[in-house]
Design a protein around this ligand. Structure first.
Ligand code: CP
Ligand code: NVA
Length: 301
């Protein structure tokens, strides 16, 4: 029984296997071939935060794999009335075959997993968003081939997405250049742990330097879910960190632009970049479905 709480819960070989399966699963869907390895299985999905892509991709993915998904907003369950996480994990995992959780504290998912009899998947915490990196690397490779040895530029907040890009450098062997304003760096303990495992990461406060010769430029919102009241302060701190044409000009001429979405045009990304020829954000969003179906197959089949 395996969990997927960060990318480091699976080996580099397993990560590669999942992306290979994602390509096959995507092709089967396009060709109208049924693939139902999860017939009779149920997936519980506990969400404490809003979601469009993650919720829909897991629900649709589970249906297409022959299983069933239950969406549980935690405020509608006894968790919202204070039932201990450990008790919820013991009970739910006796009925379900897998559990997806989107919440605030990363420790909530870890505590749940420690008492779960079935695989637990992190669908985003304040610390990491590993499912997104599976889709993002898959998308890069569909367009440009192997990401190994390529350069990824992360411009913006040292947030959950930045952390998962850091861990992804261990799994997928790309170089990651991060540019964050002072005070918004990624978690240095997570960075140090990933470097120990071979992550190739540079950290600076210079977006143009980070983007130089990059094969992929990526960013995310300046204020994540739960940080809404910091929006104004963050807009000031992140002025100068917008991924605009000038940033893209530093990168390779064929560099791609990605954003996990939802995006704020003309804040973290200029409208002409996200809506421009280098942007692959719609493929990236669609690939959440295919990559997570491969993850579900890996964990539950
Ligand atoms: N990228 C992402 O996780 O989107 P949602 O918040 O819509 O699930
Ligand atoms: N960093 C963002 C990602 C949303 C998918 C957040 O946590 O709100």
């Amino acid at each position: 029984m395996r969990h997927f709480i960060t990318l480091l819960d699976i080996t580099a070989e397993e990560a590669r296997h999942i992306l290979n399966r994602a390509a096959i699963i995507k092709r089967m869907l396009r060709e109208g071939k049924e693939h139902k390895p999860l017939a009779g299985k149920t997936l519980g999905m506990i969400f404490d935060k809003a979601s469009t892509r993650t919720r829909v991709s897991f629900e649709v993915g589970m249906f297409q794999l022959g299983g069933h998904a239950l969406f549980l907003h935690s405020s509608d369950t006894q968790l919202g009335r204070g039932e201990p996480i450990e008790d919820a994990a013991r009970v739910l995992s006796r009925m379900l075959d897998g559990i997806v959780i989107r919440t605030y504290g990363h420790d909530m998912v870890q505590r749940f997993a420690a008492h779960s009899l079935v695989p637990v998947i992190n669908a985003l915490t304040d610390l990491t968003h590993p499912c997104q990196i599976l889709a993002d690397v898959f998308t890069f490779e569909e367009h440009r081939g192997s990401i190994q040895g390529k350069t990824v530029a992360w411009i913006g907040d040292g947030n959950n997405m930045a952390h998962s890009w850091i861990n992804g450098s261990v799994s997928f062997g790309y170089k990651l250049n991060i540019a964050c304003p002072e005070g918004y760096s990624p978690d240095l303990k997570l960075l140090a742990a990933a470097r120990e495992l071979g992550a190739d990461v540079t950290l600076s406060d210079d977006p143009l330097l980070a983007a130089r010769d990059a094969d992929l430029v990526t960013t995310d919102v300046w204020a994540s879910m739960g940080q809404e009241e910091e929006q104004r302060i963050r807009e000031k701190a992140f002025a100068g960190y917008q991924v605009d044409k000038n940033v893209m000009l530093q990168a390779q001429p064929d560099a791609l632009f990605m954003h996990c979405l939802p995006a704020h045009r003309d804040q973290e990304v200029a409208a002409d970049v996200i809506d421009g020829a280098q942007s692959v954000v719609w493929d990236e969003a669609e690939n959440r479905l295919h990559a997570q179906k491969a993850l579900l197959e890996f964990l539950l089949a």
